[in-house]
Design a protein around this ligand. Structure first.
Ligand SMILES: [Zn+2]
Length: 469
């Protein structure tokens, strides 16, 4: 629940938008539009200034046969400037009404930047809470900005919701940046016989005239891309993890046998215990999974407290997604170009868990494996400096990112490395993070300058020289 420190429109933006200027020397600035971008280098149109979202209430109805999503998203936010108008990221079905604090508000849909530009009936005062309700209906269409489909993906009998990085706007309006975390309530009605699996805790499941309404509540703030609303037929099972964490698993019947064979879902309590010991206590109050039988989608995503798998996962894949609960979900990105802080860490944790399962410690072997890669294209991608959306989820971000951590472990020793991971998690959960913050903490823990090491591993478009391995 945070916005960037820069939240007031720049003079240039004010000029571009043709606003009346404020008289020089005037004590109080007139209300002005919130910025229409968070200035993310890879996704320059995402994010909105002037407010901080506190809560999303998504009251939706989904009809798989017609692929029709309808309902109202109610967003509670707090203004961080005097606002004459503001925007929400949105690329979903047609909007029929918008209200601000219960009063109808004019809205302009800006297709080029995928925004709703909303003018409240009266300006909103800096610091004041306000409530925006957006009503919409129609066929949701996933987007594709970094490879696979993102967002609300209709399937034959339901829907898969997997929104990283910027697909959340395909199914609800909001501030679609990782760092404006908010609590969420999902109230979704689907035809009888189908299930809805969201984040957090299932509060109720109520049959009604038009179907069954599922209410899911996640009161630990989460990023928009980590919110989910999976729809399908599932076999639900519940169990208890280490420390009494309730685990809620929903597995598509057609994936049930393979899920048993792969063993990843059954390994969750062990994985949570291993990571809690290594990184610090599990960040959330619930855990679990949704497993689809949609192998063609070919993804796994670390949706907060309840990762989604397109098909039955093995233990290594589950370890990766559960590691993200610490690194990616609890510790959050400030901007997408630092994605290695999520993927490098989750991949290293996956190596660590694989090693644990075999009762020895060969994470070093994975580093040697990465260093054996001779492909110039692989080493041309710098994990902390992706140049395009295509590079954002390149294999190098995962494997060179993880190799960076393993090489660092070799350089500073296992004890200091463990301290570093634990402090990174404990001290950086509260606010969005950047690579610079991580490298600064690493130098503090190591007690020495690591600039050449990190430059070679994270920023150079070539294989690190031998002295850094
Ligand atoms: Zn990942």
């Amino acid at each position: 629940m945070r916005v960037p420190s820069r939240s007031v429109s720049s003079p240039l933006l004010v000029a571009l938008l043709g606003l009346s200027g404020v008289a020089a020397g005037s004590a109080a600035a007139a209300p002005s539009p919130g910025a229409e971008s968070a200035k993310d280098r890879i996704y320059p149109t995402i994010g909105n200034g002037g407010y901080d979202v506190q809560h999303y209430d998504l009251a939706l109805d989904y009809r798989p046969a017609a692929k029709r999503l309808s309902g109202t998203a109610t967003i509670t936010a707090r203004a961080t400037q005097d606002l004459s108008r503001f925007t929400l990221d949105y690329a979903g079905p047609a909007v029929s009404a918008v209200t601000v604090d219960g009063r109808p508000a004019p809205v302009l849909r800006v297709r080029r930047t995928r925004k709703l530009r909303i003018t409240p009936p009266v300006p909103i005062t800096s610091g004041a809470p306000f409530v925006v309700a957006v009503t919409y209906a129609g066929r949701p269409r996933p987007t594709s900005t970094a490879g696979p489909d993102e967002g609300f993906i209709p399937t034959r009998r339901g829907a898969v919701v997997t929104s990283e990085p910027v697909g959340a706007k395909t199914w609800f309006p909001g501030n679609d940046v990782p760092f404006d975390k908010a609590a969420y309530t999902l109230r979704m009605t689907v035809p009888r016989g189908l299930d809805v699996v969201g984040n957090g805790v299932l509060r109720s499941k109520v049959p009604g005239a038009t179907g069954t309404t599922f209410t899911w509540v996640e009161d630990q703030p989460l990023s928009t891309y980590l919110m989910t609303a999976n729809v399908g037929r599932f076999r639900v099972s519940t169990s208890t993890g280490p420390g009494g964490i309730p685990i809620y698993d929903a597995v598509a019947p057609a994936a049930a046998e393979q899920t048993r064979e792969e063993g990843g879902i059954a390994a969750q309590p062990d994985i949570l215990a291993v990571f809690s010991k290594r990184f610090g206590a599990y960040p959330f109050t619930t855990s679990g999974s949704t497993v689809f039988d949609e192998p063609a989608l070919g993804f796994a995503l670390e949706n907060q407290s309840r990762p989604t798998y397109s098909s039955a996962p093995d233990a290594s894949t589950v370890a990766h997604e559960l590691a993200h609960q610490w690194f990616g979900d609890a510790v959050t990105l400030r901007r997408w170009s630092d994605i290695w802080l999520n993927e490098g860490f989750a991949t290293w944790a996956q190596w660590y868990y694989d090693a644990h399962r075999k009762y020895y410690f060969p994470t070093r072997a994975n580093l040697r494996g990465v260093l054996r890669i001779e492909d110039r294209a692989f080493w041309n991608v710098a994990p902390a400096a992706p140049r395009s959306r295509a590079e954002l989820f390149d294999g190098a971000v995962y494997f060179r990112g993880a190799a960076t951590l393993e090489a660092l472990r070799g350089r500073i020793g296992d004890a200091r490395f463990t301290t570093l991971l634990r402090r990174w998690y404990a001290e950086h959960r509260a606010a969005p993070t950047t690579t610079r913050q991580f490298t600064a903490l690493a130098e503090e823990v190591a007690g020495r300058d690591l600039t050449p090491f990190f430059r070679a591993w994270l920023y150079a478009h070539r294989k690190p020289a031998k002295r850094f391995r």
